[in-house]
Design a protein around this ligand. Structure first.
Ligand code: SAH
Ligand code: SF4
Length: 386
């Protein structure tokens, strides 16, 4: 037992060290000012102390930055003008730049955000079709190392990890775009009410920055999204899953996609490192899973590859006893992709077997396909010229 834990610890150290090799540039402007966005509360306290100001200023700044969403020190009404000017001399409240902004015919909206070093990622807002709210799908890396065969992002080499500022910044810039900060009248945001870490990249390969960002977003004196409203999707980085559950307690989505190692080894190559049995064992241990908060298994439906009735039966056997639901995702094609979406019949037969075993098995309606905004279609790319 302890030997296994030691091995896991060694593996975690290795994963975190590798992430550091792809570290983002420091949050510093050319003029030497530092970006306050993305700092943990402790770091913000240190930044305030570094200019000789009292600790309570950090609390005030936190409120303005994350609760009110202001980007200009001049708007901070409870801070006297000389101090506001001093803050502006040393710091900025940053946002990513908007390099492209596209609206789908189904109202899904995709933004291409540009950071200070000109790297870009995509972020998607997916409005709920029945209710007046929606989910923001956030990226964690520029590109991805994992090369899942059905995924567009997987064709883009990893350039670097995103910083905590860039992860939180995607959500804040989306809120800006929808005017979704609390108004002085006391109206609270409604639309951008859920976060899914399902954009570009593998969040558990950039764990440290993702964790800092999620803690900022969950902080009750700021954005204040509950961990129940955040779902992190992983392709199966087993050693980091326990840590994510204990430290963040967010909902977990697992990109399973195949129930036999021979198949998963090919379509999700990370399986050669952490196989299906290890992945399922980590799901069983996931601390934040319960009947009220089920693990989501994502299963992309690929014609003739993973969509047989035998696959569905094996899936049910594998996940027996885990509080779970299974999201069946019709494959979303992208330029150059070689797979086909399973037929409607195959998907419904598959879903029926999973549902008969007592699991919810919704078939995900593709959203934003016309602007390449659906699952697995994201890439750092400008829209083709019209
Ligand atoms: N890297 C993480 C999160 C981002 S991907 C992960 O892999 O879980 C979000 C989801 O979209 C994953 O389940 C992914 O496997 C799925 N996906 C990738 N390409 C897809 C495609 N072309 N069609 C449908 N789903 C896809
Ligand atoms: Fe990376 Fe996830 Fe795409 Fe796989 S599915 S290549 S892990 S972004």
């Amino acid at each position: 037992m302890s030997a296994t834990l030691d091995l896991d610890e060694a593996e975690r150290t290795r994963i975190l060290a590798k992430a550091a090799l792809f570290a983002p540039p420091p949050a510093l402007l050319a003029d030497g000012r530092r970006d306050l966005v993305g700092m943990s509360r402790a770091e913000l306290g240190e930044a305030v102390a570094s200019i000789g100001e009292a600790a309570f200023r950090a609390k005030q700044l936190w409120h303005w930055i994350y609760h009110q969403g202001v980007t200009d020190f001049a708007a901070m009404a409870n801070i006297a003008k000389p101090l506001r000017e001093k803050l502006a001399d040393h710091f900025v409240i940053g946002r990513p730049g908007v390099a492209a902004d596209q609206l789908s015919s189904d109202d899904t909206r995709k933004m291409l955000f540009r950071f200070r070093d000109n790297e870009t990622v995509e972020t998607v807002y997916i409005p709920d079709v029945t209710e007046d709210r929606g989910a923001v799908c956030i990226s964690s890396q520029v590109g991805c190392t994992l090369s899942c065969r059905f995924c567009h992002t997987g064709t883009q080499r990893l350039t670097r990890n995103l910083s905590a500022a860039e992860i939180v910044g995607q959500f804040m810039a989306m809120r800006d775009a929808y005017g979704e900060w609390p108004s002085p009248k006391g109206d609270t945001p409604r639309l951008l009410s859920t976060i899914v870490m399902m954009g570009m990249g593998e969040p558990l390969y950039n764990y440290k920055n993702v964790a800092t960002a999620m803690k900022i977003i969950m902080d009750g004196e700021g954005i204040g999204l509950s961990r129940r409203r955040i779902t992190l999707s992983t392709s199966g980085v087993v050693p980091m899953m326990d840590r994510c559950g204990t430290e963040l307690g967010v909902n977990l989505a697992v990109s399973l996609h195949a129930v036999r190692d021979e198949v998963r080894d090919v379509i999700v190559p990370l399986n050669r490192k952490y196989n299906i049995a290890e992945l399922i064992a980590a799901c069983r241990r996931y601390p934040a899973a319960s009947n009220a908060r089920r693990i989501t298994f994502e299963y992309v439906m690929l014609k003739g590859i993973n969509d047989s009735e035998a696959d569905a039966r094996e899936l049910v056997r594998l996940i027996a006893g885990i509080p779970a639901k299974v999201n069946l995702i019709p494959f979303n094609p992208w330029p150059g992709s070689t797979y086909a979406t399973s037929s409607g019949n195959a998907i419904h037969r598959f879903a029926a077997i999973v549902m008969n075993a007592g699991y919810a098995a919704p078939v995900r309606t593709p959203r934003g396909r016309d602007i390449l905004a659906a699952c697995g279609q994201l890439k750092s790319a400008m829209a083709p010229a019209a």
